[in-house]
Design a binder for this molecule. Sequence first.
Ligand SMILES: [Zn+2]
Length: 108
Amino acid sequence: MEKNCVFCQIIRGERPAEVLDQDDAIIVFRDITPHAPVHILIVPKKHIQSLNDLTEQDSRLISNMILRGKMIAESQSISQSGYKLLFNVGRGGGQVIFHLHMHLLGGW
Ligand SMILES: [Zn+2]
């Protein structure tokens, strides 16, 4: 947990978010500046800066994030129309919040 990290603050309940789902390891909430009709973030509760910082120990976590993305796409009724699962890595890759997260974009 990082004190000044926006996503850690959401995980701790110190900052509001439209949380759709969560368990011990993952929290799912809507992006506050959506770039698609459906724009949802799948976020590990463990503070990992970016995909560059993933290790072998995180392999189960990352696969669970992708499976969760699939499940949320189904529950949002966009799995048939199609969607994207996206990681932005580093500033040049468009990453704004330096707490690992996967974007679910769809609903077009
Ligand atoms: Zn964080």
